[in-house]
Write a protein that binds this ligand. Structure first.
Ligand SMILES: CCCCCCCCCCCCC/C=C/C(=O)SCCNC(=O)CCNC(=O)[C@H](O)C(C)(C)COP(=O)(O)OP(=O)(O)OC[C@H]1O[C@@H](n2cnc3c(N)ncnc32)[C@H](O)[C@@H]1OP(=O)(O)O
Ligand SMILES: Cc1cc2nc3c(=O)[nH]c(=O)nc-3n(C[C@H](O)[C@H](O)[C@H](O)COP(=O)(O)OP(=O)(O)OC[C@H]3O[C@@H](n4cnc5c(N)ncnc54)[C@H](O)[C@@H]3O)c2cc1C
Length: 561
């Protein structure tokens, strides 16, 4: 292994190191791995994965950093041409890492070949000072995650050897000729891995929070249930149970889904390594959707657990604020959740159309074939009847709901297109239905996997308890989405019309609160909208970027040697 030294930082930083290594293993060619893993490289490499930019987090296809091949020296020249192209956020970048895997637009022989990954040394291995052409620092205090030095990186004519481009799939020959990858989606590959792993993180964060809140609810006595009786455990209040037990059920459900996601990831990447990319679209859609679905649920659930502990839940010693603050960015990083749900919807709509054309689907979307066979009644008009004591019947209800909402989303798209507007505008005007369809698909997958796990359990006592949890999870989900189990399309249409009406007045409506910049104290919410320049200036003033702090850290690193 690369000698990625554990510098005693907390777990999240190591996870960044994990991502650096994962990307390396995902994108470097076998010969490159031999090079990286030889004694020459066996240095204290502390790496990060620098992808997102100040102005282009989500939209990586359009990120502005360039890597231009110079055949005369067989080097790439890396540049961040604008303030919005400064790499922003990567963990470990602010102080710690001496290398970064940078995503950049590859140019060779005057042609752009899109996003590729490059290993870029950013700090001297002896002095830990930034290398020539490298401006790097910490982005400043954050909502949490303070144990990680998320940083910024600006590259100006930084030269790296040709071999530093990760060339497992695409190559640039010494003369600058470009060899295409077998699929242009493989550069995105690392993100699938982390998203798949984050599903397990959702289970861990939610189960930890439930453990704290339910144990505390058994200890805490409060108020009077019956006059004259001693104060009961708050766990005896139905309202407290209704807060916590569905979350407990979700924690178990997500534990099973996390295991399934990890197994599925490794199974499909095994096929990919054999050159079979056929299941990559479903893997991407599943990882993106379940990452969004489980993190949104867990994120909200951690807050419910904290509030269920009353004032003591607000104490740091409860453990809950730290769980929340560390977990909540999972809804944003590794693919912002709404964007991920839209990715899943893109896949679902494509599958819906294939099912309509009579193609046989496999995996988690095969229900779209089933629903087609039950034609001619449109799925969306079919009533949902459930046996509330039978999990199999509930799985069917979730399956039907998912099929209905995928059909509603596909028909919304079709309707928009028939109004002869562009594909992109039709997509944007159907986003509500598209996200809802993905949410319903993921919810069905979770319920289905819970039921499947139960069928593997032979111990009757364990089966009985888990069956109770599974029924609660499924029934509670119906109460939260009762509208989807009834007809709600006219309400959605009215909401969409209201959104269009509000849009032109939205900024004026918040301006009318009349907060000045000092009161708002927000770089993002500045009245003049000058966000990026003021964010960069704000970051540079961060205490971590003061020279005296830098020399203190360098002194310590050198001492350790
Ligand atoms: C190691 C241990 C891990 C433990 C787990 C704990 C985790 C803790 C981690 C702590 C540290 C966190 C650090 C955070 C790091 C980051 O945040 S790194 C940066 C993450 N950034 C993103 O995720 C960017 C999000 N944006 C995108 O992915 C893309 O812009 C997009 C939204 C997917 C859009 O892509 P684009 O090409 O612009 O458009 P489309 O036209 O929609 O898609 C094109 C086709 O490509 C397919 N596709 C897209 N992504 C993937 C993918 N990842 N894999 C496979 N295929 C993909 C997509 O389906 C389209 O296909 P077609 O429909 O066939 O055209
Ligand atoms: C704690 C933390 C650690 C991070 N670590 C790293 C790291 O190590 N390396 C790295 O490269 N990056 C890292 N990031 C950055 C992270 O990857 C991005 O913040 C994330 O991808 C979201 O992109 P964004 O910030 O541009 O948000 P945006 O995409 O600008 O999101 C803003 C809003 O726009 C909406 N939106 C955007 N696009 C669409 C669309 N097409 N349709 C509808 N709505 C849309 C979103 O839903 C959201 O509501 C980290 C971020 C955080 C918070």
């Amino acid at each position: 292994q690369l000698k990625c030294v554990h510098r005693g930082f907390s777990e999240p930083l190591d996870l960044h190191l994990g991502m650096f290594l994962t990307t390396l293993l995902n994108q470097a060619s076998p010969t490159q791995l031999d090079t990286f893993f030889t004694p020459a490289w066996n240095l204290e490499i502390v790496g990060t994965y620098a992808q997102t930019e100040l102005g282009h987090g989500t939209h990586i296809r359009k990120l502005e950093t360039t890597a231009t091949y110079d055949p005369s020296t067989q080097e790439f020249v890396l540049n961040c041409p604008t303030v919005s192209s400064i790499k922003w956020w990567p963990g470990g970048l602010g102080k710690t890492s001496n290398h970064a895997i940078v995503l950049a637009q590859l140019y060779t022989l005057g042609k752009c070949h899109g996003l590729h990954a490059f290993i870029v040394p950013i700090r001297c291995m002896k002095t830990h000072q930034p290398l020539p052409g490298v401006t790097v620092g910490d982005i400043g205090p954050k909502f949490g995650f303070e144990e990680v030095d998320n940083g910024y990186l600006k590259l100006e004519n930084v030269r790296i050897p040709r071999e530093n481009m990760l060339m497992k799939y695409a190559q640039v020959e010494p003369d600058g000729s470009y060899l295409k990858p077998p699929s242009d989606k493989l550069t995105y590959g690392t993100m699938v891995f982390i998203r798949a792993m984050i599903v397990g993180e959702s289970a861990r964060a939610l189960s930890k929070s439930c453990t704290i809140a339910i144990r505390y609810s058994a200890v805490r006595h409060q108020s009077e249930l019956r006059p004259g009786e001693p104060e009961p455990q708050i766990l005896d209040y139905q309202a407290q149970q209704y807060k916590l037990f569905p979350l407990l059920a979700a924690a178990y459900a997500f534990t099973f889904v996390g295991q399934y996601m990890s197994d599925t990831y490794h199974r499909i990447t095994g096929h990919i390594n054999q050159g079979d990319f056929s299941q990559l679209p479903e893997l991407h859609a599943l990882a993106a959707g379940l990452k969004a679905f489980t993190t949104w649920t867990a994120n909200a659930g951690i807050e419910v657990c904290r509030m269920a502990c009353g004032g003591h839940g607000y104490l740091c010693c409860s453990g809950l604020p730290d769980i929340y603050v560390t977990f909540t960015p999972t809804c944003t990083y590794e693919g912002e959740n709404t964007v991920m749900m839209l990715q899943t919807a893109r896949f679902l709509v494509k599958c819906y159309r294939q099912a309509r054309e009579g193609q046989q689907l496999s995996g988690t979307v095969s229900y779209l074939n089933e629903q087609q066979r039950l034609q001619p009644q449109p799925v969306s008009s079919r009533p949902t009847v459930v046996n509330i004591n039978d999990l199999a019947s509930l799985v069917e209800a979730y399956k039907l709901r998912a099929a209905k909402l995928v059909e509603v989303a596909a028909k919304s798209l079709q309707g928009e297109l028939q109004r002869s507007i562009s594909q992109e505008d039709a997509w944007n005007n159907s986003s509500i239905e598209l996200v809802r369809a993905s949410d319903a698909h993921c919810h069905y997958v979770v319920v289905e996997l819970f039921a499947a796990k139960l069928s593997e359990i032979s111990d009757t006592a364990v089966h009985s308890v888990l069956n109770t949890l599974a029924l609660l999870y499924a029934l509670h989900g119906i109460t939260l989405n009762s509208g989807d189990f009834l007809q709600l399309s006219q309400i959605t249409q009215r909401i969409k019309a209201l959104l269009v009406e509000i849009r032109p007045n939205a900024v004026a409506l918040v301006d009318s609160f009349d907060y000045n910049d000092e009161m708002l104290n927000s770089v993002l919410g500045r009245y003049d909208g000058n966000v990026y320049e003021s964010m960069f200036e704000w970051a540079k003033r961060s205490p971590l970027n003061r020279t005296e702090v830098r020399s203190f850290i360098i002194f310590n690193i050198i001492q350790k040697k």
